[in-house]
Ligand binder design. Structure first.
Ligand SMILES: Cc1cc2cn([C@H]3C[C@H](O)[C@@H](CO)O3)c(=O)nc2[nH]1
Length: 208
């Protein structure tokens, strides 16, 4: 099961809510790995100079997501924060559409992505989409104050929101690998977790 959503939509908080559930193994986004690649902070570099570093960063994100998709586990349910799909369809797409990632880099990353998807089983059984309004996120990110994210502009959040909506709601642009359960993540966290618990069986059985 992949938990998808924009920056600040509440994915990490929702996954924490499931950490007590012994039938699920939770995989948070490996931001610590992205921040320290043999001493290099790829996440910071990507925000500081995306033209220079977005291919490097997104290539490593794609690897860490693949490793999570393929990780063996005892528990019946694998709960992932984001996926190799959103990495490509939301983040890489945004960098390419915004003219930040050069065409050739986008093509090479796409060839890697297509090869991986065709040869490895990375399809979730269910996507839980935490749907938000970008305005709500801007305030949350400001309050959360992750240092690399301090300069995220509103239109970056709006662009990412539109790409999540195109992919998961309008389903116009890229293939959706499984059913999508949409949760209103504009709600205060506790209210969203209460709604989430009403869908707990669906989420843990991976049914849409
Ligand atoms: C799959 C995927 C996650 C992801 C996160 N990020 C950024 C957005 C957030 O600021 C931070 C943690 O999610 O990393 C990114 O640029 N590209 C990504 N691709």
């Amino acid at each position: 099961v992949a938990v998808e959503g924009n920056i600040g939509s509440g994915k990490t908080s929702l996954l924490k809510h499931f950490e007590t559930c012994e039938q699920a193994k939770v995989y948070k986004e490996p931001t610590d790995r992205w921040r320290n690649i043999q001493g290099h902070n790829a996440l910071a570099l990507m925000y500081e100079d995306p033209e220079r570093w977005s291919l490097t960063f997104q290539t490593y994100v794609q690897l860490t997501m693949l490793q999570t998709h393929l990780a063996k586990q005892e528990q019946a349910v694998k709960l992932m924060e984001r996926s190799i799909h959103s990495a490509k369809y939301c983040f890489v797409e945004n960098l390419h559409k915004g003219g930040v990632m050069p065409e050739l880099e986008y093509i090479v990353l796409t060839r890697w992505f297509d090869h991986i998807i065709q040869n490895e089983d990375c399809s979730p059984d269910l996507i839980v989409y935490l749907q938000t309004n970008p305005e709500v996120l801007h305030e949350r990110i400001r309050k959360r104050c992750r240092k690399e994210e301090s300069g995220i502009p509103m239109d970056y959040l709006q662009d990412l929101h539109n790409l999540h909506e195109d992919w998961l709601i309008h389903q116009t642009h890229f293939s959706v690998p499984c059913p999508v359960l949409v949760l209103d993540a504009n709600l205060e966290l506790q209210d969203m977790l209460n709604v989430c618990d009403q869908h707990r069986e669906k989420i843990l059985c991976g049914h849409g």
